[in-house]
Design a protein around this ligand. Structure first.
Ligand code: DAH
Length: 335
């Protein structure tokens, strides 16, 4: 009897080791624990044994049964775990290639065009001091112009810059006059979000300081820049504007390329998009940064890079650009 049991156990161990699928395990289970199994017959025979044998073999058979059940369960678990890490290298692998972000593309295009006009490109900081973001741009504390540039004030007395204009000051301090500089970068404002407003957006600051700079120079540079970016003739219009750091100040609009000027949510129905506020640099700003105003004057502009990307790629909602949703971004025809 004991030899028979030993054989059953050995045979079972071999059989369970050879299983490859759950179905194999169930077959082994049926063979070694099922109603037609040797073990089942032996257990059923217990009742015909003497009380002494019943005691001895009853315990032995029960232990063997339990052991077999345990091994079966463990094997099922093992196979399930293996299933999770199976790597089928015959499956086709879909490789997708990313692209630069639309804003990165236009930033590169604009800076390339400006470089060809003799501008240098400079990098600023996103965490600015009140002095560079406001004071040195002729926006003193309590000036109403601060209201429309509410931002995120940090614990260390710094703030997230509301525009790229602080780079005007940094450039004048670093390089002096004459100067042709541009500075693309990320800006932040405490905004109510809609189709065309985001709390995080990109601008490109540009300035020329030289002798006898005129508004005609400003218009010429801006028109040339936009034509080169859109690679088509775009209508631009200049409206009077107000900025404490330019005098006179202008709003430069371009016709909305999303709706062709008919009016849509992006241009708020006007057919025009405010793209580039600009103006002649206020003498006070030049003086604060030690530029000799008897000799030099200049113009500056703050191009809305995010808006430019929206126009160029016909993106009708600014929020898509920061969403990180690749399905949306890949819908644009980025060459
Ligand atoms: N920094 C201004 C803003 O974000 C835009 C601006 C206006 C920039 C006039 C300029 C400028 O350089 O000359 O609202």
């Amino acid at each position: 009897m004991k030899d028979k049991l030993k054989n059953i156990v050995n045979e079972f161990v071999e059989a369970i080791r050879a299983t490859k699928t759950e179905a194999d395990v169930f077959n082994v289970k049926a063979k070694y624990l099922g109603k037609k199994s040797d073990l089942f017959t032996l257990i059923a025979d217990l009742k015909n044994m003497s009380t002494e044998d019943k005691k001895e073999y009853g315990k032995l058979l029960n232990n063997i049964k339990k052991d077999i059940e345990e091994k079966i369960n463990r094997r099922i678990e093992e196979l399930n775990n293996d299933k999770k890490i199976i790597f089928d290298d015959t499956l086709p692998v879909k490789r997708t290639v990313g692209s630069l972000h639309p804003v990165t593309i236009v930033a590169k295009e604009v800076t390339d065009i400006l470089k060809s006009m003799g501008f240098i490109v400079m990098d600023g900081v996103e965490m600015e001091s009140d002095y560079y973001n406001f004071e040195a741009l002729n926006i003193p504390k309590n000036h109403p112009a601060r209201d429309i540039q509410d931002t995120y004030y940090l614990d260390n007395d710094m703030l997230l810059r509301t525009h790229t204009s602080p780079n005007q000051v940094r450039a004048m301090e670093t390089y002096g006059a004459p100067l042709r500089v541009c500075a693309p970068g990320r800006c932040f404002r405490n905004e109510d979000l809609d189709h065309s407003h985001e709390n995080t957006f990109f601008q490109l600051e540009g300035m020329i300081i030289d002798e006898n700079v005129s508004i005609g120079n400003l218009i010429y540079v801006m028109e040339g820049l936009l034509k080169a970016v859109f690679k088509q003739d775009v209508s631009v219009r200049l409206r009077p504007g107000f900025f404490p750091f330019t005098e006179p100040s202008f709003e430069l609009d371009c016709s909305c390329l999303i709706c062709g000027g008919k009016g849509c949510p992006t241009c708020k129905g006007s057919g025009w998009i405010e793209l580039c506020p600009c103006g002649m640099i206020h003498p006070k700003v030049l003086e604060m940064s030690n530029i000799d105003t008897k000799k030099y004057n200049g113009f500056a502009f703050g191009l809305g890079l995010t808006r430019l990307a929206m126009m160029k790629y016909k993106i009708d909602d600014i929020r898509v650009l920061n969403s990180g949703d690749i399905r949306k971004i890949s819908e644009f025809n980025i060459e």
